[in-house]
Design a protein around this ligand. Structure first.
Ligand SMILES: [Zn+2]
Length: 106
């Protein structure tokens, strides 16, 4: 008897939750697709150069190659960077290599 009450109570709730999850998922997915397109088109022109080992950006930061580690951004790899002003070495997301500034000199 108790079970029956609980189940019939829960069914309408589950339906409601599913509806909300579905609608919010669609919105999130759409937003993500838009973001990815933007970042890809923004970086695709530059990434060819900036992610090559030995690339030096406008702040005199040298790309010393991919570390193979995951970056803070999803799908981004960490790159080893070296400041040619002071020699400080650090890691940066692939998407940040071209505009990265030295943590010590900046
Ligand atoms: Zn520096």
């Amino acid at each position: 008897m108790d079970k029956n009450v609980v189940v019939s109570d829960r069914i309408p709730m589950i339906h409601k939750i599913e509806k909300y999850v579905k609608s919010s998922k669609t919105t999130v997915e759409k937003a993500n697709i838009g973001d990815e397109k933007n970042t890809t088109s923004m970086t695709s022109g530059k990434s060819g150069k900036t992610l090559v080992e030995g690339y030096i950006n406008r702040n005199n930061q040298k790309n010393c190659g991919c570390t193979g580690k995951e970056g803070n951004h999803e799908g981004q790899k960490l790159y080893r960077m070296k400041c040619l002003n002071c020699g400080f070495e650090y890691e940066a997301n692939g998407c940040d290599v071209w505009l990265r500034k030295c943590l010590k000199c900046q």
